[in-house]
Ligand binder design. Structure first.
Ligand SMILES: *Cc1c(COP(=O)(O)O)cnc(C)c1O
Length: 370
C-alpha cells in the first residue's frame, strides 16, 4: 500500500483469482476453464472481420476494425443472445465478463440501505464486490450437506443472489425452488448466477414471464470456452436491464470490445458445438467422479464442469500439495467447513486419467509410509 491509498481503498478485501501458471507445464484444473477451444466459427469470424473494405459491393464487414470504438449497445451479440433464449433484445445486457455484469446489478439494485444476501459458501467475488460498492453483505449458511436452504431466502426482506449451480460445491437447486424464492420476494430482486447452467441445470430464464424481480446472469467463460474473451450477460425484464444500463453508462459505455463481441456472437450461434463440448465434459465428469468414489472419496453431486471432492484419508492441503508437485493445479480454500475439499475442474479425458493416476499414487505413497 502506498501512503496515498484512500481509507476506503485500505479497507477493500480483493478477490484472489486462481493461479495462471507460467513456465512449468501444469495440467490446469484450477479455474473452471473449458479444456476445449471455442467454436471454430469464432476464429473464422474474427479473421473475416479484419478484412478491409476494397470498395466492392457488398463491402466486407470490417467489424474487427479496432480503429473505431465498439458498439456500446453490442447489437449483434445482444441479438444472438436474445434469439437463443427467445427474449427481446431490450431484455439483455452484455458485459466484460459476468463479473462486470454482477457489478452493474449490485450497483443498480443494492446500496448501504439495501443489503445483499448470499450463501456462506459461494462465489468469493460477491463479498469482494459488495466491499467495493459499500453494500452490506449478509450470508445464509448452507445445510450440512452443502445444499442451499431455500427457507433462508423466502421473505428475507433484501435482495439476494443465488449461484445455481453453486460454486464451489457444484450442487444445483431445481427450478421449482428458485420459483418459490421469487414468489416469496416480489418486493426484492433475486439474482440467479448461472455461470455453469449448461452443464446439466435448468435456466431460470423461463420464469421471466412471471417474475419481474428476476435477473439471470450468465457467462461465455465456461461452456462456450471464451474465458479470455471476457464476455458475460444478464437477462431480465426490460426495466431492470435499463437500470443496469444506467450503471454501465456511468462507468464504461464501451465495455465489450469488438473482437470479443464478434467471438461471443459466433459462439452463441454455434449451438451444436456448445452442446457437444458440454456433453463431453459431463461424460468426463461422471467417469472422474466414479473413479474418485472408488478410491474412497466423497464427491458432491455436480451439475457443473468441476467436482468438489474430499478424501477419506488424505487431508485437503496434503492432497493439494501432492497434486501440485506432480504438475496438477486445482483449487482449495483454507476456510471453515471446506478446508478438506478440493475443487477440480474437468479437463480432457487424458488429463483426468492422469489426475486419477496421480491421486492413486498419492494414496498408496501415504499407505506405504503408514
Ligand atoms: C466463473 C464464474 C463467474 C465469472 O465469470 P466471468 O469470467 O467473469 O464471466 C461468475 N459466477 C460464478 C459463480 C463463476 O464461477
Amino acid at each position: 500500500m502506498s501512503r496515498f491509498l484512500s481509507k476506503s481503498g485500505q479497507a477493500l478485501l480483493p478477490y484472489t483469482p486462481g493461479e495462471q501458471p507460467k513456465g512449468r507445464k501444469f495440467i490446469k484444473l484450477n479455474t473452471n476453464e473449458s479444456p476445449y477451444p471455442p467454436s471454430p466459427n469464432v476464429a473464422k469470424a474474427i479473421l473475416a472481420g479484419f478484412e478491409e473494405s476494397d470498395g466492392t459491393d457488398p463491402a466486407p464487414p470490417e467489424i474487427a476494425n479496432l480503429r473505431l470504438y465498439s458498439d456500446p449497445e453490442a447489437k449483434p451479440l445482444v441479438k444472438a443472445i436474445a434469439d437463443y433464449y427467445g427474449v427481446e433484445p431490450d431484455q439483455v445486457i452484455v458485459g466484460n465478463g459476468s463479473d462486470e455484469i454482477l457489478a452493474f446489478a449490485f450497483r443498480a439494485f443494492c446500496d448501504k440501505e439495501s443489503p445483499l444476501l448470499a450463501a456462506d459458501i459461494t462465489y468469493g467475488f460477491y463479498p469482494a464486490l459488495c466491499g467495493l460498492l459499500d453494500i452490506p453483505y449478509r450470508t445464509a449458511a448452507l445445510k450440512d450437506d452443502f445444499s442451499v436452504d431455500t427457507e433462508d431466502y423466502k421473505g428475507c426482506g433484501c435482495n439476494c443472489i443465488i449461484a445455481n449451480p453453486n460454486a464451489p460445491t457444484g450442487m444445483a437447486l431445481p427450478l421449482s425452488a428458485i420459483e418459490e424464492i421469487l414468489a416469496a420476494n416480489q418486493g426484492q430482486v433475486v439474482m440467479v448466477d448461472e455461470a455453469y447452467v449448461d452443464f446439466g441445470c435448468e435456466s431460470a430464464v423461463s420464469l421471466l414471464k412471471r417474475y419481474e424481480n428476476l435477473v439471470v446472469i450468465q457467462t461465455f467463460s465456461k461452456s462456450r470456452s471464451l474465458a479470455g474473451g471476457r464476455v458475460g450477460f444478464a437477462i431480465a425484464g426490460k426495466e431492470l436491464i435499463a437500470d443496469m444500463n444506467r450503471v454501465k453508462y456511468s462507468f464504461n459505455p464501451y465495455n465489450v470490445n469488438r473482437l470479443s463481441m464478434l467471438a461471443a456472437a459466433e459462439a452463441m450461434k454455434d449451438r451444436e458445438y456448445t452442446k457437444l463440448c458440454c456433453e463431453r465434459i459431463c461424460g468426463t465428469r461422471e467417469r472422474t467422479a466414479q473413479g474418485l468414489r472408488e478410491l474412497g472419496f466423497k464427491v458432491l453431486d455436480s451439475r457443473t464442469n468441476f467436482l468438489f471432492v474430499k478424501s477419506n484419508s488424505m487431508g485437503g492441503k496434503a492432497y493439494f500439495d501432492g497434486l501440485r508437485e506432480n504438475g496438477i493445479l486445482v483449487r482449495r480454500w483454507d476456510a471453515d467447513r471446506i478446508g478438506e475439499y478440493l475443487r477440480v475442474s474437468i479437463g480432457t479425458d487424458e488429463e483426468m486419467e492422469e489426475f486419477l493416476a496421480v491421486t492413486k499414487r498419492l494414496l498408496s505413497d501415504r499407505e506405504a509410509r503408514g
